[in-house]
Design a protein around this ligand. Structure first.
Ligand code: APR
Length: 334
């Protein structure tokens, strides 16, 4: 999963580079800046003193010293006033400049805090959206593993409206499977006698009902594997393999495993990630899941949130992952 949202203390992340939400002096401060300097030790400050500060929206790199990370990329986020003073562009630039520096130093893994969302007052849901938009654009063109590190749940907010819409959708659709099972088993027992075996047309009647080329295609699709359906759908959608797996937040290695093994069985989040990337309807998603041995269930919050986004035609996997994270569910992708 090239972009992952995790709950952690960024100073503990054993990645190639962690990003520091610094101020223009680069001489340390509170929040994540203070935590990073504290964990890195005095040598970090000594190197920062040689950098001559950093402009808002820009980024500079130093060693990681006592941190598990090899580098620290110091970037200065905008102080949020009212959103009408170029704050968004400056915040986007922080992520872009930091990613460019990480790439220039051959970093394969980078961890970001939510820049400007603390002392600098950037609304947390908007700060998260900027981070996800800029990082996911970068990942469409570059191979890197990026973490957005959430230090405490309070500092993590998706849009209030989105959150309440999803919460309402879960309430409307969540079903306690045990209750359903009890009710259904009673009704089946009661009505069993009156059930007539459904008249299923045999194959020759079925053939007569459908034009042969559709029928052959349909019969072929019935027993195609997950991998075969995935590749067929990529072709039907006119996508390249890379477009599909990047949009699914899946790394190249996993995709080539699936492509080369016709019987490969992916995990449920991986199968759903591809359905989202291909922008499949709910029925097509169910069909693709079935080929991997899964089904969407109304007794599972993760599934209901996926159903919410597909029914609303929102196939942005990073927004879906934001929502899944907000509801403490596992994320989509490998
Ligand atoms: N790990 C990960 N994230 C953290 C950590 C940590 N150890 N500590 C704080 N955070 C989170 C906060 O919860 C917030 O979501 O980092 C985000 C950014 O908050 P701040 O550190 O306050 O940074 P910012 O809002 O960009 O303000 C920068 O604060 O510390 C000073 O010197 C810094 O003047 C600069 C200003």
């Amino acid at each position: 999963m090239p972009l992952e949202i995790v709950r952690n203390d960024i100073t503990k992340m054993a990645v190639d580079a962690i990003v520091n939400a610094a101020n223009e002096s680069l001489l340390g401060g509170g929040g994540v800046d203070g935590a990073i300097h504290y964990a890195a030790g005095p040598k970090l400050l000594a190197e920062c003193k040689t950098l001559g500060g950093c402009k808002t929206g820009k980024a500079k790199i130093t060693g990681g010293y006592d941190l598990p990370a090899k580098y620290v990329i110091h970037t200065v986020g905008p102080i949020y006033e009212d959103g009408k003073h170029g704050e968004k562009a400056l915040l986007e630039s922080c992520y872009r400049e930091s990613l460019a520096l990480a790439k220039a130093h051959n970093c394969e893994t980078v961890a970001f805090p939510l820049i400007s969302s603390g002392v600098y007052g950037y609304p947390k849901d908007q700060a998260l959206k900027v981070a996800i938009d800029v990082i996911s654009d970068f990942l469409l063109e570059n191979e890197m593993k990026v973490y957005i590190v959430i230090f405490d749940k309070a500092s993590y907010k998706i849009g209030e409206k989105l959150f309440s819409d999803i919460a309402e959708y879960i309430d409307d659709h969540y079903v306690d499977e045990r209750a359903v099972y009890r009710r259904e088993s009673v009704s089946i027992r009661r009505s069993f006698r009156s059930v007539r075996a459904p008249q299923v047309p045999d194959l020759c009647e079925y053939k007569a009902m459908m034009p042969t080329e559709d029928l052959d295609a349909k019969l072929k699709q019935i027993d195609e594997s997950f991998s075969q359906m995935l590749l067929r759908k990529i072709d039907e959608k006119g996508m390249t393999d890379a477009e599909c797996y990047k949009k699914a937040n899946i790394d190249r290695k996993l995709f080539s495993k699936i492509r080369s093994d016709v019987h490969y069985k992916p995990s449920k989040p991986t199968a759903i990630a591809f359905a989202i990337s291909l922008e499949l309807s709910l029925n097509e998603t169910e069909d693709m899941l079935k080929k991997a041995g899964f089904a969407l269930s109304h007794s599972n919050k993760f599934d209901i949130i996926i159903e919410y986004f597909i029914s609303n035609g929102n196939y942005n996997i990073f927004e879906i992952n934001e929502a899944l994270f907000a509801f403490d569910q596992s994320l989509l992708g490998a």
